[in-house]
Write a protein that binds this ligand. Structure first.
Ligand code: HEC
Length: 141
């Protein structure tokens, strides 16, 4: 009776160990596929840009005046990136890009690799999720 509990614990440990020895097999076999799908592009040590797609076009167009960090710290949709480029063209002497080719490549690269970050700003809460508004008009006074 004294050893009944330790024995059952031992058994549980052994069984647990057996169960565990099977588990690593599935993550291991799933890893190559996952790594392939989620493979992050390498980072260019000079500009900090992700080395994928038209990154060289972007590096030559966007790191002449400021560091690549100015670009990679920013996030945006294609429209937002276009707006930033138009702003630099209007205010910061950024030259015109050949619109159909170069500009499109730049915008596509930026919107694809530096899209709006979900964590940057949460969506607005709908009215029924908001706390009562203490300043709401009560109809009197
Ligand atoms: C002709 C020079 C020039 C070129 C080329 C240039 N920029 Fe800029 N950019 C500026 C200047 C000047 C500023 C504002 C000064 C600062 O904040 O350092 C700026 C600021 C920025 C900012 C910060 C905007 C903000 O709201 O803080 C981003 C993002 C940016 N540039 C992206 C780009 C991208 C993408 C390209 C390539 C399409 C590019 N820049 C090419 C001159 C340039």
């Amino acid at each position: 009776m004294r050893y009944a509990l330790p024995m059952s614990l031992l058994l549980a440990l052994l069984l647990g160990a057996c169960g565990k020895s099977e588990q690593p097999a599935s993550p291991d076999s799933a890893q190559p596929a996952e790594a392939g799908a989620a493979a992050e592009p390498q980072i260019d040590p000079v500009s900090g840009l992700k080395m994928t797609g038209d990154w060289l076009v972007v590096r030559s167009a966007c790191t002449a005046c400021h560091s690549g960090k100015q670009v990679t710290q920013q996030r945006g949709t294609a429209q937002q990136w276009l707006t930033m480029i138009r702003w630099m063209q209007a205010k910061q002497n950024l030259w015109q890009f050949d619109p159909p080719v170069t500009e499109e490549k730049i915008i596509n690269y930026l919107a694809e690799n530096y899209p709006p970050a979900e964590s940057q700003r949460r969506a607005l809460l709908s009215a029924d999720l908001l706390p009562p508004n203490p300043y709401a008009a009560t109809g009197g006074s």
